[in-house]
Design a protein around this ligand. Structure first.
Ligand code: SF4
Ligand code: SF4
Length: 442
């Protein structure tokens, strides 16, 4: 694609990076076929190619974001399905990240919108505040109908109430900073991201990961990092996301100095962002090197487990597992085979979900900010999963687990929970009610 940026514009590294991306797009339109919003809405401006044109026009013209650009960029899930499809290697993720940051600084959003986005940015990344908000949301659930009628933001506030879980997990002994050593001598040492929302909603995911890693001779460290910054990064709130990311980088850098084989992540949405820290901080003299070191060590927990010989399964199970690959897992990190291969090796029957490349509608805060589209995508995803009649759904991202779990009665677990159970850990809580006769070693 031909571009017309001035030399002065290209002196800005962010603009120079976007110009390079824009020039790789050849307008072929292959990406439209796999874009969830184009599939649902049928509008070229809600396709990757359409958005690329809108972003180009906005950046090249040095214009503040218009309401039209904001509408179509906001509807983008950042699912990155278009990046998997694109034959020219267009780095849409960096382009849309830049566009969102530009929107954040140049577009005066309506008051309700501003309030809602500020609320999400101030609550979700902080476990204490998020826990309180979930309690408040539970109290508010009976009034959902009234809440939905609040002008401008009612539908989205109602979506927020909807996502609150029916019950909150109790205190989890592993949900703290500290070291979790294996029984014998450690062969490897890793840091494990504790995360923000996941540590409140499903601390059992990391608990299972720690048991699984320990069983395979790996020492696990929960460092003093907080949120990785992914949630606010996707909202274009660069100031907040960079501050959170720097805190995480500093915490991990201290552990790297003590010797670390990997930084593991059990939420693929976070993993995609952490792997991109090197790019995010490339122009920051104080953080460029540290960020690149952290990104180079970052791995999804299944990506790491695939490098170890998996312990022999001790549970005989004929459970059929529908593996839901989060967009951030398959499109963001290119991890496609490892989780399924591990589950198969652990003795489960793994089935592919039809249309597995299409997003479930979770996408960070998308299911709150764009509830209509998110709901349609959830219905489509759940229908595709239920069509293969699985006993259980496995995934590697808390957002997907919450989003899909709201639409089906089929239990949904993290991939590591099944691997942990199969190799000697407890049966995942979500599976307690189903087919107990299959768990031979209980
Ligand atoms: S990231 Fe997803 S929703 Fe956004 S343009 Fe690409 S395919 Fe479409
Ligand atoms: S597939 Fe790639 S090159 Fe083709 S229009 Fe989409 S982004 Fe551009």
């Amino acid at each position: 694609m031909q571009t017309n940026f001035s030399l002065a514009q290209l002196a800005d590294p962010a603009m120079a990076a976007s110009e390079k991306i824009l020039r790789t797009c050849v307008h072929c339109g292959f990406c439209t076929a796999t874009c969830p919003t184009y599939l649902l809405l049928g509008d070229e401006l809600d396709s990757p190619r359409g958005r690329i044109y809108l972003i180009k026009d906005m950046l090249e013209g040095g214009k503040p974001a218009s309401a039209e650009v904001v509408r179509h960029v906001d509807r983008c899930l950042s699912c990155l399905s278009c990046m998997t499809t694109c034959p020219s290697g267009v780095h849409y993720m960096h382009l849309v990240d830049h566009a969102r940051a530009h929107i954040e600084t140049t577009y005066p959003r309506p008051a309700g919108d501003r309030f809602l986005r500020a609320l999400l940015a101030q609550v979700l990344p902080y476990p204490g505040r998020f826990r309180l908000a979930l309690r408040a949301a539970k109290l508010g659930q009976p009034f959902k109908g009234l809440v939905a009628r609040v002008p401008q933001v009612g539908r989205r506030l109602a979506a927020m109430l909807d996502l609150a879980p029916a019950s909150m997990p109790g205190r989890n002994p592993t949900n703290r900073a500290g070291t979790f050593p294996p029984k014998g001598a450690a062969t490897k040492r890793v840091a494990l991201l504790r995360g923000c929302a996941q540590s409140v909603l499903r601390p059992d995911f990391n608990e299972a990961a720690i048991r699984l890693l320990n069983r395979h001779g790996v020492e696990v460290v929960h460092a003093q990092e907080g949120c990785c910054g992914a949630l606010t990064h996707h909202m274009g709130k660069e100031h907040s996301s960079h501050a959170l990311a720097k805190q995480a980088i500093d915490a991990w850098d201290a552990e790297i100095a003590k010797g670390l084989d990997a930084i593991l992540v059990t939420a693929s949405g976070c993993g995609t962002t952490i792997k991109d820290y090197g790019f995010m901080f490339r122009e920051d003299p104080a953080y460029a090197e540290k960020a690149a070191r952290v990104s180079a060590l970052a791995k999804d927990v299944t990506e790491f487990m695939a490098t170890l010989p998996l312990a022999e399964p001790v549970v005989e199970s004929d459970l059929v597992v529908a593996y839901h690959s989060a967009c951030s897992m398959q499109h963001g990190q290119g991890i496609r085979t490892e989780p399924k291969a591990l589950l198969t090796r652990a003795g489960f029957t793994v089935k592919e979900v039809p249309e597995g490349h299409i997003c479930c509608g979770s996408a960070g805060t998308y299911n709150i900010l764009q509830p209509e589209i998110a709901e349609k995508l959830r219905e489509r995803k759940v229908a595709n999963i239920e069509r293969i009649r699985p006993d259980v759904i496995a995934t590697g991202n808390i957002g997907c687990a919450t989003q899909i779990g709201k639409g089906t009665a089929i239990p949904i677990v993290h991939t590591v929970e099944l691997l942990d159970w199969a190799t000697g850990g407890p049966k995942p809580a979500a599976l307690q009610a189903i087919r107990p006769h299959l768990a031979a070693a209980e």
